[in-house]
Design a protein. Structure first.
Length: 246
């Protein structure tokens, strides 16, 4: 946890779920300032009120390149960027009426994350190098037909994470990928499966960062699926393929 003491940290999608848990946990870890970002900053009022002056609400739609550029210009003291904001269409590729859900998932999860990385990489470099944390998913590694377009967009985030890690290595910025299994958030409310709490996910992520991990599988289901993919990827593909949309 000492890695976060006194740092300025920007968390996207901070108003609920994993993002909110990051803000609350990082406060306890001694973060100096947390920039809690969301499309509707009024949804962050409680976090700001409970932040003892260390939490600032930031209006930010990560799909809006102009807003992202303005955020980077306004917050040139950021040490750590946590790319958490995302969407998930509960749909397959063929059964969906149109490709709009797939396009929306890709715009937010992939292009939105890319917007943030491109805007804040120079900020982190000017500050001597920092940390970027991309919240991907175990679905980055195997497509869940129940969440077809979401899985594809998170696979893109995984690829982005690998590429940016290589590009930014010389600037002193570390890039971490996080690959959770199902998490008990509003996004996953409709899924009748076992889920891990956001707080447990965040605790595991911060512990993983503190111990120097670049790829973090923060829960038992993610660890099990990742191990399965290494041992027998076709078996895992068949397993998740049974989770078809209604």
């Amino acid at each position: 946890m000492n890695s976060f003491h006194g740092k300025t940290i920007l968390v996207t999608g901070a108003n609920r779920g994993i993002g909110r848990a990051f803000v609350e946990t990082l406060l306890k870890a001694g973060a100096g300032k947390i920039l809690a970002a969301a499309r509707k900053p009024e949804t962050l009022n409680e976090l700001v009120a409970n932040g003892s002056g260390r939490v600032k609400a930031v209006r930010l739609d990560i799909t809006d390149a102009d807003q992202v550029s303005a955020a980077a210009a306004d917050h040139a003291d950021v040490d750590i960027l946590i790319n958490n904001a995302g969407t998930a269409a509960l749909a397959g590729f063929i059964q969906a009426d149109t490709v709009e859900a797939a396009r929306a998932d890709m715009e937010t999860n992939y292009f939105g994350t890319l917007n943030m990385v491109r805007a804040f990489a120079p900020v982190l470099a000017r500050n001597g190098g920092g940390l970027i944390v991309n919240i991907a998913s175990i679905a980055s590694h195997v497509n869940f037909p129940l969440l077809g377009s979401y899985s594809a967009s998170k696979a893109a985030v995984h690829s982005l994470t690998q590429a940016v890690r290589a590009e930014l290595g010389q600037s002193g910025t570390k890039v971490v990928g996080v690959y959770p299994g199902p998490v008990d958030t509003d996004m996953a409310r409709a899924l009748d499966i076992d889920k891990t709490s956001p707080e447990d996910i965040v605790a595991a992520v911060l512990q993983g960062i503190a111990t120097g991990n670049e790829d973090i599988y923060p829960d038992a289901q993610a660890i099990e699926l990742h191990s399965g993919l290494l041992a027998d990827p076709k078996a895992v593909e068949r397993q998740v393929g049974q989770m078809l949309p209604n």
